[in-house]
Design a protein around this ligand. Structure first.
Ligand code: TTP
Ligand code: MG
Length: 369
């Protein structure tokens, strides 16, 4: 998305950063109602304490036991055993289902895109949303509450959002009141907000830089501010100059997808597995319409290749595609081509076991103008 598309109403920039809470673990809780409310760690197999991998993430219940991302899984196992001896519930260890996490991640992005054309997915569970078009922080706050509510209603999981005058401040703010938080930093409060934070909260300051400054008796951002830009550059090179700006909340990076889009796709998992053609076609056509809308908002106008993905109830997944002779941007053509790819799955010869469909996906590729 080009920078010109950022509409600066009232001349202020308003950026939200959304980060899902305990993402993999929260998705597992929804997927497996029997483990809801229990401490959960997603990661390597603990192998009764002999496992050698690490924890990918833990839900907030498991964090109360001291379990967190990147902790050796054997340590997590020991913490779980200790809790068990104390009469607390033991931790549910899960290997992780990345396909499911990325499906939910896509759905969250679809929700976010309803509120702004200018979004940037920064990882599987976080994105920046430019809300400058809403004109004031008060209106943007309402939008953030709506986004949180929509995610909670549709996916049954919570997100935390930071709202500020740029990406840097929004990112730091989203971490302040996890889980299910909304933290707003008004432009005039940015410096005060940052000054009170431990230096580690500044993106880019890792354990080594933290230690280096701690040795110089620098703990908080306000302590770091005593150095001039030259001082910091002398200590840390080019990064020192960037840090000088960061700790003052200066950042004008635009919200924009970092990669160039080469395809546009959407998918949907049915509430109940089905082989009802009317129902499937109805949802597939809706996906086609969403995709064409996104195409129209993108830097492209036309596509040549159409892909359909079908996942059956047993997770057997089939992809079919067709490339047109001539590129088009018409939704009618997309629907027609997708129908041709879809129909065989309802044919008793091609699908003799009458397997039910769990998920459908539509994607257009070979995008051009
Ligand atoms: P995070 O947003 O860092 O963590 P989180 O969503 O689990 O928890 P929080 O509420 O603190 O935001 O990372 C998102 C997902 O990325 C996380 O659910 C699992 C995965 N991940 C790893 O696989 N390894 C890691 O070391 C980290 C930090 C995350
Ligand atoms: Mg997260």
């Amino acid at each position: 998305m080009s920078l010109e598309k950022v509409k600066l109403k009232n001349n202020i920039r308003i950026v939200a950063h959304l980060d899902m809470d305990a993402f993999f673990a929260s998705v597992e809780e929804v997927d497996k109602p029997r483990i809801k409310g229990l401490p959960i760690a997603v990661g390597s197999d603990p192998m009764e304490g002999q496992g050698r991998g690490v924890v990918a993430t833990a839900n907030y219940k498991a964090r109360e036991y001291g379990i967190h991302s990147a902790l050796p899984i054997s340590t997590a196992w020991r913490l779980s055993e200790k809790a068990k001896h104390e009469g607390k519930p033991e931790v549910v260890f899960l290997p992780g289902n990345h396909q499911l996490y990325s499906e939910i991640s896509d759905k969250i992005m679809q929700i976010i895109r309803k509120y702004s054309e200018i979004t940037e997915q920064a990882s599987i569970d976080e994105s920046y949303i430019d809300l400058s078009q809403y004109g004031t922080f008060e209106k943007a706050e309402k939008i953030c509450l709506e986004i949180k509510k929509a995610i909670k209603n549709q996916e049954k999981i919570t997100a935390s959002i930071g709202l500020g005058p740029n990406k840097l401040v929004a990112k730091i703010a989203s971490d302040m009141q996890k889980p299910d938080g909304l933290t707003i930093i008004f432009p005039e409060k940015v410096e005060i907000f940052l000054e009170g934070l431990p230096i580690r909260k500044i993106p880019g300051i890792g354990p080594k830089t933290e230690q280096y400054f701690n040795k110089l008796k620098i703990y908080k951002v306000q302590d770091l501010k005593k150095y001039s830009q030259k001082d910091l550059e002398k200590k840390l090179g080019k990064w020192g100059g960037e840090l000088y700006k960061k700790i003052r909340g200066i950042n004008d990076a635009p919200v924009q997808e970092e990669y160039e889009i080469k395809s546009i796709g959407e998918q949907e998992t049915f509430f109940q597995d089905t082989l009802d053609f009317g129902l499937v076609a109805d949802r597939v056509y809706k996906l086609c319409e969403n995709i064409i809308q996104r195409l129209e908002k993108s830097d492209y106008q036309k596509f040549r290749t159409v892909c359909l993905t079908i996942r059956f109830a047993d997770f057997d997944t089939k992809t079919r595609s067709h490339t047109l002779e001539k590129a088009t941007g018409e939704v009618r053509v997309l629907k027609g081509e997708i129908t041709k790819l879809l129909l065989p799955f309802f044919d008793s010869q091609k699908n003799p076991q009458k397997k039910l469909i769990r998920l459908i996906g539509v994607r257009i590729e070979k995008l051009n103008n």
